[in-house]
Design a protein around this ligand. Structure first.
Ligand code: ADP
Ligand code: MG
Length: 694
């Protein structure tokens, strides 16, 4: 059994009730195999003695200690009555001959359990004030003598897991322990010669030590083993087709169908060189006899959506259905309107399907989808709810792929017979990573902007230059151009979000009297939102004051000003996406990044990078380097590139090692049929770590 393939449900564990199960589910843990892939966020080092000698001198900072103490005395301090007093236990650290005072705030009962002259293991934190060592956070566990066997969890290098809902360290440790103890032996995943050459552990030892290491070194070795294994499979899976040869693809010259040509000819502009290039790549993959799993990446406004429509026509022309999935109702609606305007005249029937469509209106749409009257279905994840039946789904386009979870995608894929997939993303993977992981073959990239575009001019605006900014925006209004004022979502309660946007809205009304505007934020009902956007597009409204709901996909050509307040709070890619809402026509556009006085250095770097370039690809590299090793989550992108044991930022060495073995194996045995390579094939079949990439 491969550990990843342990499909037992979490609820089969003893002691796991519905609430713990739900909390696991929120952390995307549904099976035993999922839980074994949960990585610790930190450690408690109880594996070695850390005694009072290591406590910093009269510092504010507390130091972790893990040592053996003997209780010396019980005294009390503070308070006027017996009840109000606080217990202070003086203990003697036998490993360094120093005394430590345990301040038992609210824990006077410890006087009964921690007995004078007894020995204890102590784990906690300590500080030193005026020469006295003190601790108010400690756990003690009685031992008979200094050489007694250590009670759990002493003597361990103890993982601390990320928590959610009703999960606790105790629960997670208990559950992992019980999975490991019921599973006899996990199958090996790396060919033995790789393991030997790199001095790695075997898979079984690695996964056990990952959760239950005896020392830091042991944990690191098991992490290294699992990380290299994971990266090795990621590359084998992503690259194996490259080595099998380009089969029939190059011979079957794939051509634009008549309907595609008619559509392209009807456009008021010509396609850019990059658009033609990716169009050809996608068409060829669609026509090949391999299932397509392709990423189309390109900056906001580079014309990806248009490519999606053209390639959809390619598939529709052969008599199949296409799904176009957008992350929000707002975007789905906008896309559906566009599709109807653009594709309707060619006799293509496009339908919008979202969760908010009434049952009555939904029925005929479902009927159309089922009997094939409808060629392209545009919607949110509602396109794959239970009641939707397709006649012949062959192609799925996913807009802003990083916003969807794997589970949602899988549910959709189950609806078609192995549909081809195109994922579109405006947040490119840095090229170095993209190439290492995917190879060139599965990524199509648009770098070139439509030629009529002018680069957006960006300004960094401090409070002092705010007035000047307002004046220059007034000039844009006079020219009939429009603006977005964006506020960050400051917290989840919604309260301060509303207050800020609302204040801003009132303030701007005074600044621009008579200029029609509207507020847009997550608390506004969807219907009203759509109406506001429609009026904005028609130029009945000149500016929107909004939270970051405008981030994705909105396309309003006459909007030339983007003002982002508190720009220092946003991440680099979010800022770049927001900026991409303007500069969508031949008009000169402007982006104002407004920042406060206490802006951090790193936020300043981000804004500077944005001022310097409009190129999302350069920015993605910059983002990676600015984020640094601290932000692992940011690069463990959800779903598509989900790494459990490794990280793109910290593990470039491992990536290269894995890549070396991967290429060596694939170039001599592309079908993985020889000797030990067969085990690789078996792992992919039975426990594929990256079903998305395959
Ligand atoms: P993306 O999806 O990459 O953000 P879109 O496909 O929505 O970009 O394109 C943005 C805008 O640019 C749309 O209004 C689209 O019609 C227009 N557009 C697309 N391709 C071109 C082109 N080659 N020349 C001029 N305008 C284009
Ligand atoms: Mg788009």
């Amino acid at each position: 059994m491969y550990f990843r393939a342990l499909n037992n449900k979490i609820s089969e564990l003893k002691g796991v009730g519905p609430s713990v199960e739900a909390s696991y589910k929120d952390s995307q843990i549904e099976t035993w195999g999922d839980l074994l892939q949960l990585s610790p966020r930190d450690f408690e080092d109880r594996s070695r003695i850390i005694n009072l000698n290591e406590v910093s001198v009269d510092g504010e900072e507390s130091t972790h200690i893990n040592t053996i103490v003997e209780v010396v005395s019980h005294t009390y301090f503070g308070g006027f009555s017996a009840k109000g007093r606080t217990l202070k236990i003086v203990v003697h650290d036998v490993t360094c001959n120093k005394n430590l005072s345990l301040l038992c705030f609210g824990r006077n009962f410890l006087a009964k359990t921690l007995k004078v002259k007894n020995l204890y293991y102590l784990y906690g934190t300590a500080t030193r004030h005026h020469g006295e060592y003190q601790s108010s956070q400690f756990e003690m566990s009685h031992i008979e003598s200094v050489d007694s066997p250590l009670p759990f969890p002493y003597g361990q290098y103890l993982p601390i897991y990320p928590l959610r809902g009703s999960l606790s360290q105790r629960i997670i440790r208990r559950d992992i322990k019980s999975i490991l103890s019921t599973s006899p032996h996990f199958d090996e995943e790396l060919p033995s010669y790789i393991r030997d050459e790199l001095s790695l552990l075997n898979t079984d030892d690695a996964i056990r030590n990952y959760h239950n290491p005896s020392s830091r070194e042991m944990w690191e070795l098991s992490r290294k083993t699992l990380a290299i294994t994971e990266l090795f499979y990621m590359q084998i899976i992503a690259r194996k087709n490259m080595f099998i040869g380009t089969k029939s693809e190059s011979k079957t010259k794939s051509v634009c169908s008549n309907i595609e040509n008619r559509f392209i000819a009807s456009l008021p502009f010509s396609l850019t060189g990059d658009q033609m290039k990716v169009l050809k790549e996608i068409r060829e993959s669609l026509d090949s006899n391999h299932i397509m799993n392709r990423m189309l990446q390109g900056d906001v406004g580079s014309g990806k959506t248009l490519i999606a429509w053209i390639t959809a026509l390619h598939v529709i022309d052969k008599g199949y259905q296409v799904v176009f999935m957008a992350p929000t109702e707002l975007l789905a609606t906008q896309h559906a309107q566009n599709a109807q305007t653009l594709l309707g005249p060619l006799g293509i029937k496009a339908e919008l399907l979202t969760g908010s469509i009434s049952q009555k209106n939904r029925r005929p749409i479902l009927e159309d989808i089922k009997n094939g009257n409808c060629n392209i279905i545009i919607g949110t994840h509602a396109v794959f709810s239970q009641d939707v039946e397709f006649k012949s789904l062959k192609y799925v386009i996913i807009d802003e792929q990083h916003r969807f979870g794997v589970a949602q995608r899988e549910a959709l894929l189950a609806k078609g017979e192995d549909p081809d997939i195109l994922m579109m993303s405006a947040t490119p993977i840095p090229r170095s990573l993209a190439l290492t992981v995917f190879g060139d073959l599965n990524i199509s990239t648009i770098r070139e902007k439509p030629n009529n575009r002018k680069d957006i001019i960006s300004y960094l605006v401090s409070e002092r230059s705010r007035e000047r900014m307002y004046r220059s925006i007034a000039v844009e209004f006079e020219r009939g151009h429009q603006a977005y004022f964006v506020y960050p979502r400051i917290d989840d309660s919604g309260a301060s979000e509303l207050r800020d946007v609302t204040n801003m809205f009132e303030m701007l009304k005074r600044e621009y009297p008579g200029v029609p505007s509207a507020l847009l934020h997550s608390k506004i009902p969807d219907d009203d939102k759509l109406d506001i956007l429609k009026r904005f597009r028609n130029k009945e409204l000149m500016y929107l004051v909004s939270t970051s709901v405008v981030e994705v996909g909105l396309d309003v050509p006459d909007a030339t000003c983007m003002i982002i307040e508190h720009a220092d709070i946003f991440g680099l890619s979010a800022l770049h996406q927001l900026r991409g809402r303007v500069g969508r026509s031949d008009l000169q556009s402007y982006c104002f990044f407004v920042y406060g006085d206490n802006i951090s250095d790193i936020a300043k770097e981000r804004l500077k990078a944005l001022k310097e370039t409009n190129d999302g690809f350069i920015l993605s590299e910059k983002d990676l380097s600015l984020r640094g090793p601290g932000d692992i989550n940011g690069t463990r992108q959800s779903g598509f590139l989900k790494l459990h044991f490794s990280s793109f930022i910290n593990d470039t060495d491992y990536i290269l090692i894995a890549r070396k073995y991967c290429d060596k194996i694939l170039s001599s045995d592309p079908k993985l049929q020889m000797g030990e390579n067969r085990m690789i094939q078996k792992v992919i079949k039975e426990a594929n770590p990256f079903p998305d990439v395959d």
